[in-house]
Design a protein around this ligand. Structure first.
Ligand code: AMP
Ligand code: GLY
Length: 431
């Protein structure tokens, strides 16, 4: 099969590396891809959000299957358009992608079907929202832009002045564009966070191994929110008892709710969960694989990814085995100094050969923001590389990932040095 993967970051690189292990995959392309992905797939410079150009390219190349990995083309209906062109694709259609693309849609769905989440109200004007927050008088107050905002549309406000500033930024100054025409104001929850990715075919849901993201830029969870600075899998807080409860109270009801609403979800549904003192609750849904969660989850997948993906598209997931091997995985992101605010690009990267670390067993370097310029690999984004390792235990996986990361250098490289520290501490507690 000739396959197209839409996107161009570390997540897409991890998907490509897993798909290439399938005996059914004969040729693989990535659009737009990036410099390092170019060592593993043919790349085509088409923007992931250019639905018309992507569909035209897919038709011209006669792909047998496509994987739409990124949120915005999913929200724009790329899977629907590919299907119309006769190309089956992994991912939700436009109607089902609303579970991520509209927080108002997601919250109303959870309320209607009794799925545990933070209490909330939605507003379409800033003054009414602020009046509500004042009347509640409960801080921190959580304010979320309705639409996609590159993971930056959530503001946690400690007092009335911060809430007023957040509402101004989102609704009046339109920092996130049309995504901020409506907001959700919700209750502040506490507890460990867990990411669970799950394959869905509209009816059946099969969760993958759990993981833990590290969203803040600096050690000790300080600094700004980023796309994610590192991940570990499995997440030690996610015990078998909690997993069983999430299946009953969250995963099955969500898939049934989407079906009942006439928009069955097919693809990878990402459950961002918080394990609160009152039980697991949904913090957010994403309609796609997480980045950098994918970089630790897929290396632990034992089943054939292409077979499982196609089963979600064709509705045969119930008959398809989704098996994970034991052991653990860790991924450390190497970022450009200054990320997520402003950073330089074009810095030569040393230590890699054809994008990988020679001689490092069980280590894979996933490329997020790299380019090849005059034969030299250079930085080309905020998150540059994800160095991932698998091992029988989490301490070993972390040790391997950091040892490998130490061998890669570029000017102004920034990484966290405490990825997995919380997970290791939790392993001692949870036992
Ligand atoms: P999101 O983009 O929805 O994942 O939100 C970003 C981060 O904000 C989450 O990972 C949480 O750490 C935090 N967050 C979101 N909603 C809440 C909430 N209701 N209570 C506490 N923290 C939250
Ligand atoms: N790592 C968080 C996300 O993919 O949304």
């Amino acid at each position: 099969m000739k396959i197209l993967v839409v996107g161009g970051g570390g997540r897409e690189h991890a998907i490509i590396r897993a798909l290439k292990q399938s005996p059914d995959c004969s040729e693989i392309w990535c659009a737009p891809g990036n410099g390092g992905i170019g060592y593993d797939a043919h790349c085509k410079a088409i923007a992931a959000i250019d639905v018309a150009a992507m569909v035209a390219f897919a038709k011209e190349q006669a792909f047998d299957y496509a994987v739409v990995a990124q949120d915005d083309p999913l929200a724009l209906g790329m899977v629907d358009e590919l299907a119309k062109a006769g190309i089956p694709a992994f991912g939700p259609d436009k109607a089902a992608a609303r579970i991520e693309a509209s927080k108002v849609f997601a919250k109303n769905l959870m309320k209607k079907y009794g799925i545990p989440t933070a209490g909330y109200e939605t507003f379409d004007d800033a003054a009414t929202a602020l009046a509500y927050i004042k009347a509640q008088g409960k801080y921190p107050a959580v304010i979320k832009a309705d639409g996609l905002a590159l993971g930056k549309g959530v503001l946690i406000c400690q007092n009335e002045a911060e809430a007023a500033a957040a509402l101004k930024e989102i609704m009046l100054d339109k920092k996130f564009g049309a995504s901020g025409s409506r907001v959700v104001v919700e209750e502040f929850l506490t507890g460990p966070e867990v990411s669970v990715l799950a394959f869905c075919d509209g009816v059946t849901v099969k969760p993958m191994v759990s993981s833990m993201d590290h969203k803040r830029a600096l050690d000790g969870d300080a600094g700004l929110n980023t796309g994610g600075m590192g991940t570990v899998a499995p997440n030690p807080y996610y015990t078998p008892a909690i997993a069983a409860r999430c299946m009953e109270e969250i995963f099955l009801p969500t898939v049934a709710a989407m079906r009942a609403e006439g928009c069955p979800f097919k693809g990878c549904l990402y459950f961002g969960l918080m394990l609160t003192p009152k039980g697991p609750k949904v913090i957010e849904y994403n309609c796609r694989f997480g980045d950098p969660e994918t970089q630790v989850v897929l290396p632990l997948l034992e089943s054939d990814l292409l077979t499982v993906m196609r089963a979600t598209t064709f509705g045969t997931l119930d008959k398809t085995e989704v098996k994970f091997r034991g052991g653990a995985a860790a991924c450390v992101i190497l970022a450009s100094g200054g990320y997520p605010v402003s950073y330089e690009k074009g810095k030569p990267i040393a230590g890699l050969s054809e994008g990988q670390l020679p001689g490092a067993a069980d280590v894979t370097v996933y490329h997020a923001g790299t380019a090849v310029k005059d034969g030299q690999l250079v930085t080309a984004g905020g998150r540059v590389l994800g160095v991932a390792a698998t091992a029988p235990t989490l301490p070993e996986a972390l040790q391997k990932a950091y040892a490998a990361a130490d061998k890669i250098t570029f000017e102004k490289l920034h990484r966290r040095s405490d990825i997995g520290a919380r997970a290791l501490a939790a392993m001692k507690q949870v036992k």
